[in-house]
Design a protein around this ligand. Structure first.
Ligand SMILES: *[C@@H]1O[C@H](CO)[C@@H](O)[C@H](O)[C@H]1NC(C)=O
Ligand SMILES: *[C@@H]1O[C@H](CO)[C@@H](O)[C@H](O)[C@H]1NC(C)=O
Length: 388
């Protein structure tokens, strides 16, 4: 049943998602502009858009002048760090009317390579403003007050008593008039029940996606831990590492058997291994029949003693051809000075051993190490939260 189509492109997956009562969208971060690729029936009804007006668009089309910039930045940050986020957000319907909702977004990971393939964003409308004094509780138009007092009663039924209550609470007539356009921008906070509802919806959607991904053979899951290369790096550091042109690997010494957690494009070019074929594995697969065991021992020793080392070692490509590898290994420390990774820089030995700029191998190795050190330190200083 393996299919070239993405999970969400399968009509039967979309049909299954449409059975869910929740208001949600699914986006694809691998497409430029990070567009919406699925919008639930409930979401379309809530936002007033037709499906074709939403698909292919970025979620920012629902934002407006009253939307809190910090919340938008927080969502962007969560996308970049590939983590979940739950916050109160003011969005706008197609007709321009604003509404508060609880926005709960989670990443969906591909099981084979651990990459984020989708984000699911559930939106639960917020029905009231808690944690306010009595008169403000009234929400000025009375309806929210009514909902607090009478539960989820309908607007028509309650409006009379709500107006009555506003009078009792001595709201002036100006506040009684419908000036929701102004007051709507005051932050509304979701209740615990709404938070639970969002979390339940997320779980339901993830279980539909997981279930159907099993049938298509392209597995997805809600946690990255199902990937063999646990502790894979987030997208913010991956993109700064992506600018480094040399062949190198990052190894996580804190995980069992010291797996590779990052490999550069140049490494794939040099060795013929695709990234997903090396992530999560120990480096020893690069050695072969004629690799000198004493050199391998020297590398192990330098990892144990946390020292840098440079060796000339016979390494093997995927196609089993060998090459002389000028290998440099160095610990990479995070902002607090603890070893975060080891870097292994590979250079294929050649006749003159100089690159286009005339740099010697050791200089090239050190420049890769320097660039990685900067990337790791910047990450560990800026994003302590991304590790949680
Ligand atoms: C979806 O949004 C509508 C408002 O359009 C709301 O009445 C309904 O409760 C929401 N559904 C869920 C499951 O949150
Ligand atoms: C550095 O790494 C250590 C050990 O993994 C960790 O406890 C510490 O929080 C890290 N520091 C920063 C700033 O990330």
């Amino acid at each position: 049943m393996e299919s070239k189509l993405g999970l969400i492109e399968q009509s039967w997956v979309r049909e299954a998602l449409d059975e869910l009562p929740d208001n949600f969208t699914i986006t694809d971060p691998s497409i430029s502009g990070h567009p919406i690729v699925f919008a639930s029936v409930g979401f379309l009804k809530m936002s007033g858009y037709q499906r074709n007006e939403v698909i292919g668009k970025n979620g920012r089309i629902f934002q407006g002048p009253g939307t809190n910039r910090l919340s938008v930045m927080e969502i962007r940050e969560a996308v970049r760090e590939e983590r979940s986020v739950q916050l109160n957000l003011l969005n706008y319907r197609k007709d321009g009317t604003p509404f508060w909702m609880l926005f709960h977004m989670v990443p969906v990971f591909g099981k084979d390579d651990g990459r984020v393939i989708h984000f699911v964003a559930v939106q639960v409308p917020i029905s009231r403003k808690p944690r306010r004094s009595g008169s403000e509780f009234c929400g000025r138009n009375g309806v929210e007050f009514c909902e607090i007092v009478f539960g989820s009663c309908r607007r028509e039924v309650c409006s009379d008593s709500a107006v009555e209550l506003s009078r009792v609470l001595a709201l002036d007539s100006e506040l009684e008039s419908d000036n929701r356009g102004l007051e709507i921008e005051e932050p509304h906070e979701a209740s615990d029940m709404e938070k639970r509802r969002a979390a339940t919806a997320v779980n339901n959607i993830l279980s539909v996606l997981t279930h159907y991904s099993e049938l298509t053979g392209k597995l997805v899951c809600g946690k990255r831990c199902c990937v063999s290369g646990m502790g894979l790096l987030g997208s913010s550091i991956t993109s700064s590492l992506g600018r480094i042109k040399q062949s190198f690997l990052l190894i996580d010494p804190h995980l069992p058997d010291m797996p590779i957690v990052y490999s550069s494009d140049a490494f794939s070019k040099l060795t013929g291994y695709a990234r997903h074929e090396v992530l999560g594995r120990n480096c020893r697969f690069l050695s072969g029949a004629d690799t000198d065991p004493s050199t391998v021992f020297k590398i192990k020793k330098s990892l144990q003693t946390e020292q840098a080392c440079t060796v000339r070692i016979l390494s093997y490509r995927k196609d089993e051809t060998s090459f002389w590898n000028l290998l440099h290994i160095s610990p990479i420390r995070n902002a607090s000075g603890k070893i975060a990774y080891f870097i292994a820089v590979q250079l294929e030995e050649s006749c003159n051993n100089q690159d286009e700029q005339g740099l010697r191998p050791d200089m090239r190795q050190l420049s890769a190490v320097g660039a990685v050190k900067v990337a790791v330190r910047t990450m560990s200083m800026g994003a302590g939260s991304s590790k949680s």
